[in-house]
Design a protein. Structure first.
Lengths: 315, 304
């Protein structure tokens, strides 16, 4: 029996979702996608991943010949994504090993490499205004390696986005927000949130980034004073955390949820979510930070609650 | 000449773990086949590659295997089934049906995977625990001939499916009321995970499962201090691997243990947190936890 070629996989998954070749290829060449689907061209590792992850398909099978460098890079990419999910942005020697796995990086590997490098700078180095501008530009040019026409200013998200592309849009929005372009940043994240809702609605399609997007977005909306919208996203985010079995985005989501409920005058519910939030924070973020946030909840929202570990005395 | 890179990884991980070819290949392929796979001359079958890699504690990366369409479909279904299992989404029965309907004859290791999941599903739908136990034992013997639960850490390496069988044998023992043996079996898995140099992520999730089972059992058998210690051991792992489900289950066990040790008010907060979280998650098992909690906390919890 003949091997099931990668191109057939892509075509079958594309047709199952009723997506045209134009929509999937976006602005990259449709001829290339046709050739791959017809089996006359073999995609590189990252090109196969690009199409499959834009389709929301599990990536663990590709049916393409790999080099030893590809294998090394696959392991490193997996490790990087695990660290991002665990909120650990110390990528150590991983990026260096990634670059050195072979003499060259193809365009999509370059995209991943520079994105991860910029993420680690953004999270670890407390960048100042000038550095933030540079990072913002890096994310933008990096995304345009695969989507040359992506429009950051009015993100209606017509193109299909791979996992790496969604990650870039997310971090681009974070840098915009840090630079004070808040309305812009909110628009960009809302586009990603609706992308997850509409295009990746299957239980097995979403990735953990979805929960972080909703967490960030609800926090921003709360800060801008739009409690109703913040609550909506916080609720969607908490549901996503349970659906995906994700712990870390949940405490901040519950915080936003509780704060929005308080602003909307729903005090009992608010108290409940603050209490759940602080019980989790106590373990995830430590006693000091939790006590600080609990005080803030009291001062700002007039809600006092008990939670696991509240009364602990110098354990 | 074509050389396959999957074998290179298998060779490297095996050397790193200092395992002989004989031990790695036991029951699933001959030593000479493993040699050819490692040198890149031969491509392993899909499930063989998976078994070899997971016996070495690595996630099965199968990128360059030339799969047939049916193998590809089976692979997707297997991934969905394991996710459905860990999230308790109740889709297992349907997924198993789809798996059965794939026309090509499954190979032995595919049959093993199917039987393991089928038994889990049957056990969820009323198969008696002693029959389930016997079925898991038969299933594991497909790849480890003559396997018995002797708890010898040096005897075998276990693939992901083999680990799943042993883990579920522990659950069957639990449902038979044999708590002592459940503890032995789970302690064995815990020790296996702790000493095998596994991929960290695989290890974290496997450890969480065994810690939670052990904490349950310690509580049932009256060793409350140990139940508390095990629940507390699990919590930082949950934070590290961002695991939500075991996080609140550990809180439940912690609260239950605290209350049993006389720290009732403190314990109640933890149990109350866990029940709230179960409610938020929409869990179908909420009433079981509420009933259990009410035996200890004077009927103060409700499902609503």
């Amino acid at each position: 029996m003949p091997a099931y070629l990668i191109g057939e996989t892509i075509r079958e998954q594309r047709l199952r979702r009723n997506i045209s070749q134009e929509a999937l290829a976006g602005t990259s060449s449709i001829c290339e996608l046709s050739d791959i689907e017809n089996g006359t061209a073999m995609p590189s590792r990252k090109t196969a991943e690009l199409y499959l992850s834009r389709l929301g398909v599990d990536l663990s099978i590709m049916n393409i010949p790999l080099t030893q460098a590809d294998c090394t890079r696959i392991h490193i990419e997996n490790e990087l994504f695990i660290r991002i999910n665990g909120r650990n942005f110390n990528f150590g020697g991983l990026l260096k090993a990634y670059r050195e796995a072979s003499d060259t990086l193809d365009s999509l590997e370059q995209q991943l490499y520079e994105t991860m490098d910029a993420i680690s700078q953004f999270q670890n180095d407390s960048p100042d205004g000038r550095q933030l501008e540079t990072l913002c530009t890096t994310f933008k040019t990096s995304l345009r390696r695969s989507i040359p026409t992506y429009d950051f200013t009015s993100p209606s998200i017509t193109p299909y986005l791979s996992f790496t592309e969604r990650l870039i849009v997310y971090y681009h929005a974070l840098t915009c927000y840090a630079l004070g372009r808040r309305d812009d940043a909110v628009l960009q994240l809302e586009a990603i949130a609706s992308y997850y809702r509409e295009r990746l609605s299957g239980r097995f399609d979403k990735t953990t980034l979805c929960a972080f997007v909703l967490q960030t977005l609800s926090g921003w909306l709360l800060d801008s004073g739009d409690a109703a919208a913040a609550l909506r996203y916080a609720e969607e985010g908490s549901r996503t955390c349970f659906e995906l079995d994700q712990l870390l985005p949940l405490p901040p989501l519950f915080y936003t949820r509780a704060a929005s409920l308080a602003l909307l005058g729903r005090k009992d519910e608010s108290k409940r979510y603050f209490s759940l939030c602080f019980s989790m924070m106590e373990v995830c973020n430590g006693h000091g930070k939790t006590a600080h946030c609990a005080k803030e909840a009291e001062a700002r929202y007039g809600i006092t609650c008990s939670y696991c570990g509240k009364n602990k005395t110098g354990e | 000449m074509v050389r396959y890179v999957a074998g290179r990884d298998i060779h490297d991980f095996r050397k790193k773990m200092r395992v002989t070819q004989k031990k790695l290949a036991y029951g699933i392929c001959s030593i000479s086949t493993l040699s050819r796979i490692e040198s890149g001359e031969q491509m392993p079958a899909r499930k063989l590659a998976e078994a070899l890699l997971t016996r070495l504690g690595q996630p099965p990366e199968l990128y360059d295997l030339p799969l047939t369409r049916d193998e590809y479909l089976r692979n997707i279904l297997e991934a969905k089934m394991s996710r459905s299992l860990s999230l308790g989404t109740g889709e297992l029965t349907d997924l198993l049906k789809a798996y059965r309907e794939i026309p090509t004859e499954p190979d032995l290791l595919e049959k093993q995977h199917y039987l393991c999941l089928k038994t889990i599903d049957d056990a969820l739908h009323g198969l008696s625990p002693d029959k389930a136990f016997a079925s898991f034992l038969e299933t594991i013997r497909i790849s480890i001939p003559g396997f018995e639960l002797t708890y010898d850490l040096d005897a075998y390496l276990f693939s992901r499916v083999e680990q799943l069988c042993i883990n579920n044998m522990a659950f069957s023992l639990h449902d038979m009321g044999n708590i002592g043996e459940t503890i032995r079996c789970t302690e064995f898995l815990k020790a296996y995970y702790e000493r095998t140099p596994m991929n960290e992520y695989e290890k974290g999730n496997s450890l969480l499962r065994t810690l939670s089972t052990l904490s349950d059992c310690a509580g049932i058998s009256g060793d409350i201090a140990r139940a508390l210690a095990l629940a507390e051991e699990g919590i930082p792992h949950c934070v590290r691997y961002s695991n939500l489900l075991f996080f609140y289950l550990n809180f439940y066990n912690k609260g239950f243990s605290l209350a049993s040790l006389g720290r009732k008010e403190e314990g109640k907060e933890y149990v109350s947190f866990a029940l709230d979280m179960l409610r938020e998650s929409g869990s179908k098992d909420l009433h079981l936890y509420v009933d259990d909690a009410n035996t200890l906390f004077d009927n103060c919890f409700t499902e609503g």
